[in-house]
Write a protein that binds this ligand. Structure first.
Ligand code: UD1
Ligand code: CA
Length: 474
């Protein structure tokens, strides 16, 4: 531990019911642009290199715990159960036992503010440390104070207390400076204030906000910072606010892509791109795209219209992806994908290849300069370079009886004719040719032609015979 209580931990309050969401899903697990509200708060905290993040859980704690275990923050973390949920002050006191030997700063944030940035949190932390304060808080001025706690200042402009909307007088309700609920506290100095909180208010809750009034009455050193962008610190309480947060985040991302990264966004209103997405210079995003996840798209690409990407997706340079759905897959440079392609589950497409309309690739690697141009399902397959997969080629990869899947290998330069079915496991050799309409049930050696279909027979007199018979019936 650093001397003089310099180490810093964070506490995230995420135990509340979120009643106004009217949802079975805990409020903090609702997604904003593909990532939960809680994960967005945690990634802002991850940017600060803290010692530990304590997360207070309560309502549907098991769901939140399970979520965190599969999506952990980068910082060491732990959860602390608050049951019943008796208010934000009560929530913080759930962490007190874990802080028994801690001496330092506790940065408190709520789990419902998805637009929060590391910078804003870091600025408050810096102000708190520079001024050697015991209690610091962020405030911001909003056009509509809604249900936020109001910042009450005295004649000299010094913060006196926070009054909750429900407890505020009509005059206090006019105040536009509000509490975004982001604080820094020196621990253990604030412990007596936390222990002494009362619930004698309209909601019968132990308010964390009362610690401000307590610090003032105890004449403790305080610091505050005013967040210039009130939109950043907004908490989500309803589906409308969830929607608004999504739009604000989207606008922030699109502005940054356009102004700083040289990306053309043709129609911002219909384009949804998450902050995690990286896009190279001179790429154009056409209308109706949803790009959410750990996505990177190279330079000079064209994406859309109406293209969805999610999960971990990588696209090279000079590639066009048209009206397609790409999930957890990689596409090389100089490729053309779509319209209406579906590429998923760890598939990859090599440079200069084409994946055409109504083609689905699942767990399939396609080499370079290979075409799968029309109407194909290719699953669990390895396709080499310079191959051509004819229209309507299907890999029959699934055995319904054994419930197992088998792989298909199609080597460099091979081609499959239209409407061929490859019953896996099977290997099509190098430069081999599968004739149209063939059902491949055994391996095809290199440079071989595989034909597996009934031989065609032409019956010269058949139509005349049919016509004669029909005439006799009349
Ligand atoms: C709180 C603040 C208010 C501030 C607003 C900012 C209090 C008393 N009020 O009000 O001044 O303007 O946030 O958004 O602190 N939580 C728990 N346990 C509880 C209650 C809440 O963990 O017992 C968590 C919630 O999950 C949520 C956060 O604390 O993430 C804030 O709770 P919420 O009920 O949304 O508080 P507000 O009424 O918005
Ligand atoms: Ca709130």
């Amino acid at each position: 531990m650093t001397k003089g209580g310099q180490s810093t931990r964070a506490v995230v309050l995420a135990a509340g019911l979120g009643k106004r969401m009217k949802s079975e899903l805990p409020k903090v697990l609702h997604p904003v642009l593909g990532k939960t509200i809680l994960a967005r708060v945690l990634s802002a905290l991850d940017g600060l290199n803290l010692e530990h993040i304590h997360i207070v859980v309560g309502h549907k704690a098991d769901d939140v715990q399970a979520y965190l275990e599969s999506n952990p923050p980068k910082t060491p973390w732990s959860t602390h159960l608050q049951k019943p949920q008796l208010g934000t002050g009560h929530a913080l006191s759930m962490v007190a036992p874990a802080l028994a030997t801690f001496n330092g700063t506790v940065l408190v944030a709520c789990g419902d503010t998805p637009l929060l940035t590391s910078k804003t949190l870091g600025d408050l932390l810096t102000a708190h440390k520079d001024e050697k304060a015991i209690v610091s808080l962020l405030t911001t001025v909003v056009p509509d104070a809604k249900s936020y706690g109001r910042i009450v200042r005295d004649g000299q402009g010094r913060i006196q207390k926070i009054v909750e909307d429900k407890d505020a007088s009509d005059e206090q309700r006019q105040i536009k400076e509000i509490n975004p609920a982001i604080y820094c506290f020196q621990w253990p100095e604030i412990k007596p204030g936390l222990t002494g909180l009362k619930n004698d208010n309209k909601q019968g809750e132990y308010y964390l906000t009362d610690l401000i009034g307590w610090a003032v009455s105890e004449k403790l050193k305080m610091a505050s910072a005013i967040a210039s962008d009130w939109k950043e610190v907004g908490g989500i309480n309803s589906r409308i606010e969830l929607q608004e947060a999504g739009s604000l985040l989207r606008d922030r991302v699109l502005n940054e892509l356009s102004l700083e990264h040289g990306v053309t966004i043709v129609d911002p209103d219909s384009t949804w791109i998450a902050p995690e997405v990286k896009i190279g210079t001179d790429t154009t995003i056409l209308p109706g795209c949803f790009l959410e996840g750990d996505i990177s798209i190279g330079r000079n690409c064209s994406v859309g219209p109406h293209t969805t990407m999610n999960g971990v997706v990588k696209v090279g340079d000079n590639t066009a992806v048209i009206q397609s759905l790409i999930t957890d897959s990689e596409i090389g440079s100089d490729c053309r994908v779509g319209p209406f392609a579906h590429i998923r589950l760890n598939s990859s497409v090599g440079d200069m290849s084409r994946i055409g309309n109504f083609v689905e690739l699942k767990k399939t690697n396609v080499g370079k300069k290979t075409n799968v141009s029309h109407l194909s399902y290719v699953g669990d397959a390895e396709i080499g370079h310079n191959a051509n997969i004819g229209a309507g080629t299907i890999t029959a990869n699934y055995d319904h009886i054994s419930k197992t899947k088998s792989r298909t290998v199609i080597k460099d330069g091979a081609s499959t004719g239209s409407n061929s079915v490859i019953v896996a496991p099977a290997t099509i050799g190098k430069d081999a040719v599968v004739a149209a309409g063939t059902v491949v049930t055994k391996d095809v050696p290199d440079e071989c032609l595989a034909v597996g279909r009934a031989r065609q027979e032409n019956r010269a007199d058949w139509v005349a015979f049919k016509k004669r018979k029909a005439a006799q019936k009349v």
